[in-house]
Design a binder for this molecule. Structure first.
Ligand SMILES: *Cc1c(COP(=O)(O)O)cnc(C)c1O
Length: 412
């Protein structure tokens, strides 16, 4: 559920007219809803009431500092995958003791930065990485808390690009290898193996892959215990799906129930790393129609947002619902909604039944709050969009639109 609704024939973001925001801030424009964000974060927090837990928002889904600051304020931790994301999380005032660091390619400087900040833990993905973290922590006279990311080999049944827990994926370690890695960590003076981690994929629409992964992890935790390694944190990653079109993914409370049923009284702090499920439906992308065009094959609507602003349709054939900001009851036709970029892959929707629109009118692309702005680029030397955050009838500009000066500012 979210707070982008049609009222009296117009789209509103909470208590602000979307058309007013487009007028004031220009298009393409990302609009985020505070109430939605809070509601989604709280749903995760509540889902695990009764067990120690930490909800670490996956910063790669939406890394706007203003949005991270809101989430941090509700009590969220952060799951980061780079030094840049660490910088953003700290700039947003997030407690470092609630930050976990994932990713297969952590570099020395990023490891140092994270140790300097004293983050909660590293989710380690290879033997070499563990050795590197141990060496750097040793040089810094500190101890790095680590989790090993297990690849549980379960099929998340999602798009292949966002499946991460299959044997053939680059993520994590299989359990056999992980056993050795834990014992290395245990005997290393600068490493403290405190957790066990996995993340099996994204946009999961069933609970069963989570439950399957959890059971494998718990079995493994029991094995570790019998060899003298007592972990305290169990990180199940992110990946809960959202409704883009007609999916009906499980709710955070369904996931919570499955976790608590399986956990059966073990004294572990459960960490979740949701990204999409918190931010996805808390954001829309508003775009203005530039031209319409009819060819012998198709009707095209050419809008001012392209694949550089929202790449998911091009990259994953992802479906995003599109609607008019001010509906006028026109006839519907099958059409392609495309951007100005010189690529045939530059589309937001293909063969979609939509009301006929005129140049200058506004369209809203829904479910754009996760993997929207963060995956945007300047391709075709296009200026990245502005981002605003709405809270009730108030709006703040969370990131201004880029300028031509911004485009070349770093070129010497
Ligand atoms: C991407 C990612 C997440 C978040 O995934 P969502 O599908 O957005 O919930 C969590 N953890 C890790 C390690 C990730 O790579």
């Amino acid at each position: 559920m979210n707070y982008f609704e049609c009222r009296n024939g117009e789209l509103w973001a909470e208590d602000v007219r979307v058309s007013e925001l487009a007028e004031k801030y220009g298009t393409p424009l990302y609009i985020y809803s505070t109430k939605t964000l809070k509601r989604h974060y709280r749903a995760f927090d509540k889902a695990l009431t009764g067990v120690d837990h930490l909800t670490c928002f996956s910063v790669k889904a939406n890394s706007n500092v203003g949005l991270l600051r809101l989430l941090g304020g509700y009590g969220a931790g952060m799951d980061i995958v780079s030094g840049g994301e660490l910088y953003r999380a700290l700039a947003a005032g997030v407690d470092p003791q609630k930050i976990v660091f994932s990713g297969v390619g952590k570099q020395d400087h990023e490891i140092k930065e994270a140790l300097d900040a004293d983050i909660l833990m590293f989710n380690v993905e290879s033997t070499q990485e563990l050795e590197r973290i141990g060496a750097i922590a040793g040089q810094m006279n500190t101890v790095a808390r680590v989790s090993i990311r297990i690849n549980p080999d379960v099929d998340p049944k999602t798009h292949p690009y966002i499946s991460t827990g299959l044997k053939k994926n680059k993520f994590g370690l299989d359990m056999l290898e992980a056993t050795g890695v834990y014992s290395m960590a245990k005997h290393h003076p600068a490493l403290d193996p405190v957790g066990l981690d996995c993340h099996i994929g994204s946009q999961l629409t069933q609970i069963s892959p989570f439950a399957e992964a959890l059971e494998k992890l718990l079995d493994f935790a029991d094995q570790l215990k019998s060899s003298g390694i007592d972990i305290r944190y169990l990180d199940l990653g992110g990946g809960l799906g959202i409704t883009y079109n007609e999916e009906s993914p499980p709710l955070p409370e369904d996931l919570g129930r499955a976790i608590m049923d399986t956990l059966a009284g073990r004294q572990l702090t459960v960490i979740l790393e949701p990204g999409r499920a918190i931010a996805g439906n808390a954001g829309i992308l508003v775009t203005r129609v530039i031209y319409t065009k009819k060819t012998p094959a198709k009707h095209f609507v050419i809008v001012d947002a392209g694949m550089n602003d929202l790449v998911r349709p091009s990259l994953y054939q992802a479906f995003h619902r599109i609607g008019e900001v001010i509906p006028k009851g026109r006839e519907k036709l099958s059409m392609d909604v495309v951007g100005p970029i010189c690529e045939s892959g530059d589309f937001l929707a293909q063969d979609r039944m939509l009301p006929t629109v005129q140049p200058g009118e506004l369209l809203a692309v829904f479910s754009a709050g996760a993997y929207g702005f963060t995956m945007s680029s300047q391709y075709n030397s296009r200026l990245r969009a502005a981002e605003v955050i709405v809270d009730g009838d108030k709006t703040i500009l969370a990131r201004r639109r880029e300028t031509y000066q911004d485009l070349i500012a770093l070129e010497t």
